[in-house]
Design a protein around this ligand. Structure first.
Ligand SMILES: CC(=O)CC(=O)SCCNC(=O)CCNC(=O)[C@H](O)C(C)(C)COP(=O)(O)OP(=O)(O)OC[C@H]1O[C@@H](n2cnc3c(N)ncnc32)[C@H](O)[C@@H]1OP(=O)(O)O
Ligand SMILES: NC(=O)C1=CN([C@@H]2O[C@H](COP(=O)(O)OP(=O)(O)OC[C@H]3O[C@@H](n4cnc5c(N)ncnc54)[C@H](OP(=O)(O)O)[C@@H]3O)[C@@H](O)[C@H]2O)C=CC1
Length: 283
């Protein structure tokens, strides 16, 4: 099946990025969020990224306008009634995702693929709330989406080979490198990354070092492009905590217990860059 029109749910940092790369790949995009101001924020981010591409000579003004014209922001999911694919990128919470998948299952036509950009939640459990689990798949982009090459693709128990192949081909069409992994908590990316970030938070919590010192060690000592606490702020501390909870519950192993300082920051509303404060402050 040729994918020409895609519904993207959630216009946050991931949804906006996914909408941008899908439109750049020539797809018609319906971008859905709960409130018009979230949609406006998402479109503003995409416009800023495209303007940077024009300034750097990577795109013309006409190409920028063409990409933007392919993205339709809407609070009405029904606008995607004729889409061949949906990619859900809402908050990392199982109940929210299940509700969205129930709705998408009603709105999208028979045969349409339902993908989730979840960082850690079981694809099989999400698929089970739909009438088409064989058409449900994990399509996990990395942040920032326009820059990062990887898409981790995760099959649910019932996902067909044909659906896998469609998503693999589409990832390549979007300029990404797909890697297949199995459906286990956190997949590969966050099973490896998030315990490192959690451990970095423990270093601050236990007074081993300041956030700045922890980040310098990992940047200068291990050649990481960002220190783990800067990266945690960039991902969003709510998302980091949600992923640690999934690992902790999913494996039942105490090595995945979320650091109390991470919980405290999330309770305080210090969610990182997106709220202006996390381990660092942002203007
Ligand atoms: C949680 C999950 O489930 C999975 C995840 O996504 S985990 C997070 C994975 N991501 C990472 O680990 C990112 C680690 N950080 C990096 O790779 C780099 O710091 C970075 C690419 C974000 C920025 O790179 P940098 O060299 O430090 O800064 P900078 O020179 O400003 O940016 C490099 C390029 O990326 C672009 N860029 C940076 N941030 C961007 C953003 N948020 N959106 C779009 N483009 C961005 C810049 O425009 C720049 O491109 P050009 O110079 O070609 O125009
Ligand atoms: N941050 C990251 O680095 C990465 C995140 N992910 C995953 O991507 C997903 C989104 O994360 P991210 O973009 O960072 O999160 P954000 O908080 O930036 O964005 C989530 C967006 O989804 C909206 N939303 C929540 N519920 C619904 C709903 N029912 N219908 C439509 N929109 C809804 C939110 O609105 P509101 O603000 O009202 O809640 C918000 O605008 C998560 O599953 C996350 O785990 C994957 C890879 C990397």
């Amino acid at each position: 099946m040729e994918i020409r029109k895609v519904l993207v749910i959630g216009a946050g940092q991931m949804g906006a990025g996914i909408a941008q790369v899908a439109a750049q790949a020539g797809l018609e995009v319906v971008l859905n969020d709960l409130k018009p101001d979230f949609l406006e924020r998402g479109i503003a981010t995409i416009t800023k990224n495209l303007s940077r591409d024009v300034e750097k000579g990577r795109k013309t003004e006409e190409e920028k306008a063409a990409v933007l014209s392919r993205i339709k922001p809407t609070t009405n999911m029904g606008d995607a009634h004729d889409a061949q694919l949906a990619i859900e990128a809402a908050t990392e919470n199982m109940e929210i995702k299940k509700n969205i998948f129930r709705q998408m299952d009603e709105v999208l036509p028979e045969g349409a693929i339902l993908a989730t950009n979840t960082s850690s939640l079981p694809i099989t459990e999400i698929a089970a709330v739909t009438s088409r689990p064989e058409l449900v798949i994990g399509m996990h982009f990395m942040n920032p989406v326009p820059v990062m090459k990887l898409v981790e693709i995760i099959r649910g128990l019932a996902t067909t080979d044909e659906v896998y192949k469609s998503i693999e081909d589409l990832s390549k069409q979007m300029g990404k490198v797909p890697v297949e992994v199995n459906d286990f908590p956190g997949f590969v990316s966050n099973r490896v990354l998030m315990p490192m970030i959690n451990e970095a938070i423990y270093c601050v919590f236990e007074g081993v070092a300041t956030p700045e010192a922890v980040d310098e060690v990992m940047k200068l000592g291990m050649n990481h492009p960002m220190g783990p606490l800067t990266l945690a702020d960039f991902i969003g501390l709510d998302t980091c905590l949600a992923i640690m909870e999934v690992l902790y519950e999913g494996f039942g192993d105490s090595k995945y217990r979320p650091c109390p300082l991470l919980r405290k920051y999330v309770k305080a509303g210090w969610l990182g860059k997106k709220t202006g404060r996390g381990f660092y402050t942002y203007s």
